[in-house]
Write a protein that binds this ligand. Structure first.
Ligand SMILES: Cc1cc2nc3c(=O)[nH]c(=O)nc-3n(C[C@H](O)[C@H](O)[C@H](O)COP(=O)(O)OP(=O)(O)OC[C@H]3O[C@@H](n4cnc5c(N)ncnc54)[C@H](O)[C@@H]3O)c2cc1C
Length: 376
């Protein structure tokens, strides 16, 4: 049986970034059930890098990822991973307080964040309706990510460090024998003292195979779709437009618009499919806010964003199951935080604590620890 130092379950962005960082310290095997490692949530995102949304630990992890994205290691990618976009968090009169709260929180760390009045908003996105708006918060540092390049940069980098990705390798069982886990998979059996659970929406399913208590992970479906901008509208440089109450968003995407109702429907882990009602809801909300006739949907999809109760990620050894490491609960932020999450995983798996730069940003072991659920 082939033996490794670390077996990582799941080849999405979480498993790939963890595998990349762990491969600098030992022999790594990443197991992926599907033929393509980006088949589930990683391949279905809106590709936005934002440092001003989510719980404060997510914001800290995103800030900690920025320098990696802007200046990745040599050979990681052959073109920039981030491109300028900007984000407008728009609000109606009944959402004024939410805008103020966001401005207060976001401007603490990102200097360029500022409040705009409806006229200024419409100068940036002329198709928005001035009378719909009370104003917006502009985050000029929000950017588009090249998710495919980031994901494959981690996988290629891991391979260059001697790590392996095996696809069509569904994990079916885990047994602890002495110092090692035996992973029974569709592609054979493998052994390692440490298993990293990066199975996305299936993290509690994989946890159960190890005999771990559940962390209460809830996969939530989010729908997205592509539609045409009005003829003649030059949208390439427009910022992403997000409703401050998370009721919808739209953003330019390769000459078209990507839209979403920002839905969060709880589901069992599965190959999530879009629901026409959610698409219609988004179209209705977008058309209330903007003069964008949505005549035709080019493409639609859905993916699962997985959360635990406090909305923060779960990173660390299970306190009750030896050698079992959780990397779960990335919610809607798993791509933008991936360089930080990979480094955090490697450092905690090696029992070296939180990397100092992430600790300076405010990341603590306690806030991400699985013990907050599994010792309840
Ligand atoms: C519509 C939408 C928009 C989003 N927008 C953004 C955004 O703008 N910015 C951002 O940062 N994030 C965004 N996200 C969130 C982001 O996509 C996720 O946080 C991230 O992809 C999660 O990565 P993951 O590796 O944990 O999960 P996944 O990509 O789902 O990977 C988990 C993998 O584990 C594998 N697996 C499961 N069980 C087993 C098993 N038993 N054996 C072997 N393999 C197994 C699965 O096949 C899967 O490939 C968005 C998500 C959605 C759906």
């Amino acid at each position: 049986m082939d033996s490794y130092d670390f077996i990582v379950v799941g080849g999405g962005i979480a498993g790939a970034s963890a595998g990349y960082e762990l491969a600098a310290h030992g022999r790594v095997l990443v197991l992926e059930r599907e033929s393509q490692p980006g088949y589930h949530t990683t391949g279905r995102s809106a590709a936005l890098f934002v440092q001003t949304h989510g719980p404060s630990v997510i914001r800290a992890l995103s800030r900690g990822a920025k320098s990696f994205f802007l200046d990745p290691p040599a050979g990681f990618a052959d073109h920039p991973l981030l491109t300028e976009r900007g984000m407008l968090l728009i609000g109606r009169a009944d959402q004024s307080e939410l805008l103020e709260q966001n401005l207060d929180q976001s401007s603490r760390h990102i200097a360029g964040v500022r409040r705009l009045d409806p006229k200024q908003v419409c100068r940036l996105v002329p198709l928005l309706k001035e009378d719909y708006l009370v104003g917006a918060v502009l985050d000029p540092e929000a950017m588009d990510m090249d998710v495919h390049a980031i994901h494959w940069g981690f996988i290629r980098g891991m391979r260059a460090r001697g790590g392996m990705l095996v696809t069509d390798a569904e994990l079916r069982g885990l047994e602890r024998t002495g110092e090692a886990w035996i992973a029974r998979t569709a592609a054979g059996d493998f052994a390692a003292p440490v298993v990293v659970n990066a199975a996305g929406a299936w993290c509690d399913v994989v946890g159960a195979m190890a005999g771990a208590a559940p962390i209460g992970l809830v996969p939530k479906r989010r729908t997205a779709f592509i539609f045409d901008p009005p003829p003649g509208a030059d949208i390439a440089k427009w910022p992403s437009v997000i409703d401050v109450g998370e009721e919808f968003y739209f953003k330019p995407d390769a000459g078209k618009f990507l839209g979403s109702p920002a839905d969060q429907t709880p589901m069992e882990p599965c190959d999530a499919q879009p629901d026409d009602f959610d698409v219609a809801l988004a179209v209705d909300r977008i058309q209330r806010a903007a003069r964008i006739p949505v005549a035709h949907i080019n493409r639609k999809w859905a993916g699962l964003r997985s959360f635990v109760a406090d909305g923060c990620p779960v990173v660390g050894y299970d306190p009750r199951v030896e050698g079992f490491f959780w990397l779960a609960g990335q919610g809607g932020y798993g791509i933008e935080t991936s360089p930080s999450m990979g480094r955090l995983t490697a450092s905690l798996a090696l029992r070296r604590g939180v990397p100092s730069d992430l600790a300076e940003q405010g990341v603590t072991e306690a806030v991400v620890s699985p013990a907050r659920f599994t010792c309840g």
